[in-house]
Design a protein around this ligand. Sequence first.
Ligand SMILES: [Zn+2]
Length: 81
Amino acid sequence: MQPNDLPAPSNRLTCPNCGNDDDFYEIAEDVTITTRYIQNIDGSFTPEEDNSQVLGEIKLVCGQCQEDLSEFHHHFSEMLF
Ligand SMILES: [Zn+2]
């Protein structure tokens, strides 16, 4: 694997810095998570809906060398199932 080989969209994502291709982190900044609860008759709570909103940047980071791979985040999102 050549370090300068940028992956084509149909390829597996590979860190251009260290060649890692199986360990990645996604980091979301400024996330607001809103969860609606209904209180039951016995006083317990049941979550009704979950609403998370990412207000900040979403970063993709190499799990091996912590290189910022955010330029590949679009590719990452497309391959997320
Ligand atoms: Zn790396």
